[in-house]
Design a protein around this ligand. Structure first.
Ligand SMILES: Cc1cc2nc3c(=O)[nH]c(=O)nc-3n(C[C@H](O)[C@H](O)[C@H](O)COP(=O)(O)O)c2cc1C
Length: 340
């Protein structure tokens, strides 16, 4: 499957998520059916200052197949310079974050604030394109607010400067994460667009994803929060009956250990392993019977071995009982803040 000149293994992609989409999670999702992934947003200034932590975020695992690096910033020169550095880490494409609604980013003119100044965009894209030899892509929101929806205009400017594809989170900046993603608008933009459009927003389950896949005009779909509560969502979305997940608690246990191994490749800080594992396990097991008691035990655990013991006990216990039907309440707000 190709979007512009970028090839992916399938049209269901993992959305960029800060503090989540470093290589352990990206590679795990690729191995579980994501057609491609994008890094978390990475500061152009952090890269240019040679900040060690920022440079760490740029790393790509040799087994990753289709990964892009997402950069954020407001200054075209700094963005171009950092893109050239990011390219050296071996991504397939460089993505610009034009959707982050967070005040700290927007007040400086980065993230979704870039949508407000469309006159400067062509030059912005041009500078970045000139700095790299790999494709340039963007991820936007539908507009700044309800009265300034301008996804079509931004897509057209991007096309004029050789951007390969545009991912669109179907909300405005003002909406933040409230209300629902506007899929009618996304479908309309995709129909008119001269560039491939990746639709994004609220595809929280495999049935919802499959339903959208069947009717969409978008060339691909991007899932962010869905894979956190169902790490098998990419695979299940392609099944004849996506409401019946074939994955049992034992499968969850297996991928939790795969994730841990990848995390150990990423960092040798035990504290990072503990924090990251607790966070990820709690998301993965959402909706299983008895999850709140288990969550309490996890957060009381001060050592990784304790976390793993509790997880093993919980998931193998479920496996024995009824193979643990997982019921996630999709109406309940989940992760209502992020950087895009
Ligand atoms: C915790 C979190 C972090 C996010 N970080 C980023 C980011 O770094 N870059 C970006 O473009 N979007 C980011 N987003 C936005 C997602 O990529 C996506 O557009 C949004 O969550 C809507 O899709 P979803 O409903 O499938 O989650 C983030 C979202 C969340 C929830």
């Amino acid at each position: 499957m190709k979007l512009g000149s970028v090839s992916f293994d399938s049209p269901l992609l993992l959305a960029p998520m800060s503090a989540i989409c470093h290589f352990p999670f990206r590679l795990l999702m690729e191995e579980l059916g994501a057609g491609g992934t994008v890094s978390e947003l990475i500061s152009c200034h952090g890269i240019n200052y040679g900040n060690e932590k920022t440079r760490q975020m740029l790393r790509i695992h040799p087994k990753e197949r289709n990964v892009g690096i997402q950069l954020f910033g407001e200054d075209p020169l700094a963005m171009a310079k950092s893109a050239a550095v990011a390219q050296e880490y071996g991504p397939k494409f460089i993505d610009i974050n034009m959707g982050c609604p967070v005040r700290k980013v927007v007040s400086k003119g980065g993230g979704s604030a870039l949508l407000k100044d469309t006159k400067s965009l062509a030059q912005f894209f041009k500078g970045m394109k000139e700095a790299i030899d790999i494709p340039l892509t963007i991820k936007i929101r539908t507009g700044w607010d309800h009265d300034s929806i301008n996804a079509n205009e931004v897509v057209n400017i991007a096309e004029g400067e050789g951007v390969e594809f545009v991912a669109i989170h179907g909300r405005t900046r003002t909406q933040q994460y409230k209300g629902s993603a506007n899929w009618d608008l996304l479908e309309e933009v995709a129909t008119q667009s001269p560039l491939p459009i990746i639709g994004n927003g609220d595809l929280h389950s495999a049935p919802l994803t499959q339903e959208r896949m069947k009717k969409t005009n978008c060339h691909a779909l991007m899932l962010g929060r869905g894979p956190l509560r169902d790490p098998f969502i990419f695979l299940t979305s392609y099944l004849d009956d996506p409401t019946q997940s074939p994955f049992s608690p034992k499968d969850f246990l297996e991928i939790i250990f795969v994730y841990l191994e990848l995390l150990r490749d990423y960092s040798d800080m035990e504290r990072t392993h503990l924090i990251q594992m607790r966070k990820m396990i709690v998301w993965f097991v959402a909706g299983f019977d008895g999850v709140s008691e288990f969550r309490g035990k996890l957060f009381a655990s001060k050592e990784l071995t304790e976390v793993l013991d509790h997880t093993q006990e919980f998931l193998l216990g479920l496996e024995e009982k009824d193979r643990g039907r997982k019921k996630v309440d999709l109406q309940k707000p989940f992760m209502m803040g992020g950087h895009g």
